[in-house]
Design a protein around this ligand. Structure first.
Ligand code: NAD
Length: 433
């Protein structure tokens, strides 16, 4: 495979994404424009958030298992570092673009500030289909990518983590490669590592757990109990899978699931642990016998109490927003709802718990992992989960109050709190030189 075929493949695979959705960076800019009127004198710094601090595009060449040479395009974007080092995941997906990684890095800036974590925002990605590569090829790709972005990452500079298509093994290879290059074991360069290599207990479940906490908090305020609730989940990977499991364990009925391979429904409630075991063994939901296949259109029309988009961005566009029959959307994925769809959902009285709050459990426990690595002192899982609970509930409370006081959506309220923190830091630091 050469660069031309790589790009061609990326174009074809854009069909994964919703063609009706605007480019993710355009959605991010619109969200920033919406918050500006709420920032008082700090609004004069708003353009800072429309200009990523640093963008690195790298060529990642490897020798494939069949002896041919393949090139992949990789990115690391550091959106803002006013409040601390960059922090954000690395995505392996055939539709990754620079535009998408820029938006994802911007959402990390907002998320980290909203949770008051001492980080800026960053994100990385490589345009490739991880399912079309052997483990050895993925290792070579990961190591070369890590070396290429090695000039700008580090425990005090920018700390990657897993995202779509990457996992704890990817992070182990990144940590090892960076460590080899700097001549010492630098566990704090990435988070989401295996526990045996300085990873944190509870990190694997943290994003899904945070989604569940956000759903529970929203439900309490809206009079929607988790026990007995009907739940629909799109994306059944790290985030959607764990969130679905936690809903199931709390007595909710997960009535439909969708992943890249299938869309399934069961009115009686899907046996989530059985579905998770099936995906572990078969790589996707296709063929799982515990629910019946339905069309993607029907999936979005199912009545539910909670809808959890936990796959990719641009899924809830205006047409879908008009049709959804749910009460509360809890955004496990980053950027699943477009700004125009957000307006329609608000008019229709459907509550949206935004990504920058709902999926922040992952980066919160990543922060715990980084602190544990620096101190080489590791906490118990109960300690981690109770700190996560405290931080998520505290952030939810503050954001809910802000939304009520200003009469704005939870997304705008989260952006107000976060952008205020980022731009206050910008102003206090002053512009160099
Ligand atoms: P993952 O790779 O573990 O799982 C992704 C899931 O989405 C898989 O089930 C896949 O089959 C499904 N999917 C892919 N394309 C799809 C499509 N077109 N339609 C339906 N399903 C599709 O990834 P993840 O880590 O669970 O991430 C999911 C989302 O959550 C992403 O938006 C990511 O940025 C966000 N997120 C992840 C974390 C984390 O800690 N992993 C943290 C915050 C936010």
């Amino acid at each position: 495979m050469n660069q031309t075929t790589t790009n061609h493949q990326a174009k074809d695979s854009l069909s994964f994404l919703n063609p009706a959705a605007p480019e993710p960076w355009a959605s991010f800019i619109e969200q920033i424009d919406r918050v500006a009127p709420h920032l008082g004198p700090l609004a004069k710094w708003i353009d800072t958030l429309k200009h990523p601090k640093r963008i690195l595009i790298v060529d990642v060449p490897i020798v494939r298992d069949d002896g041919t040479v393949a090139h992949y395009e990789g990115y690391r974007v550091q959106h803002n570092m006013s409040r601390g080092p960059g922090k954000g995941g690395v995505r392996y997906h055939p539709a990754v673009t620079l535009n998408e990684v820029m938006a994802l890095s911007g959402w990390m800036t907002v998320k980290n500030a909203a949770l008051n974590l001492p980080y800026g925002g960053a994100k990385g990605g490589i345009r490739l289909d991880p399912r079309a590569h052997s483990r050895d090829e993925l290792q070579r790709i990961t190591r070369r990518y890590t070396s290429e972005i090695g000039v700008i990452i580090g425990p005090e500079k920018d700390i990657p983590a897993p995202d779509v298509g990457t996992n704890d093994q990817t992070m182990a290879w990144m940590m090892d490669t960076y460590s080899m290059n700097v001549g010492c074991t630098a566990t704090g360069v990435v988070t989401g590592k295996p526990v045996s290599l300085g990873g944190s207990l509870g990190r694997h479940e943290a994003t899904g757990r945070g989604v569940f906490i956000a759903a529970r908090e929203a439900g309490q305020r809206m009079g929607v109990a988790i026990a007995g609730a009907r739940v629909v989940v799109q994306g059944f990977g790290n985030v959607g899978g764990i969130a679905a499991r936690m809903f199931h364990e709390a007595g909710a009925k997960v009535v439909a699931l969708q992943d890249h391979s299938a869309t399934l429904a069961n009115e009686a409630g899907i046996d989530v642990p059985a579905a998770l075991a099936y995906v572990q063994a078969h790589g996707g939901l296709a063929g799982f016998g515990g629910a019946a296949p339905i069309s993607s259109d029907d999936f979005w029309l199912l009545p539910s109490d909670f809808l959890v988009p936990a796959a990719l961005e641009g899924q809830i566009v205006p047409e879908r927003a008009q049709q959804l029959r749910t009460k509360i959307i809890v955004e496990g994925a980053n950027g699943p709802t477009t700004p125009a769809a957000d307006d329609i959902l608000r008019e229709r009285g459907i509550l949206v718990v935004p990504d920058v709050l709902a999926n922040a459990g992952g980066v919160t426990v990543s922060y715990f992992e980084w602190v544990q690595d620096f101190s080489s002192f590791f906490w118990s899982e109960e300690e981690i989960n109770s700190r996560l609970e405290r931080i998520m509930v505290g952030a939810f409370d503050g954001i809910w109050k802000m939304a009520t006081e200003r009469g704005v959506s939870l997304r705008t309220a989260t952006f107000i709190i976060a952008c205020h923190r980022v731009l206050a830091a910008r102003e206090q630091r002053g512009l160099y030189p």
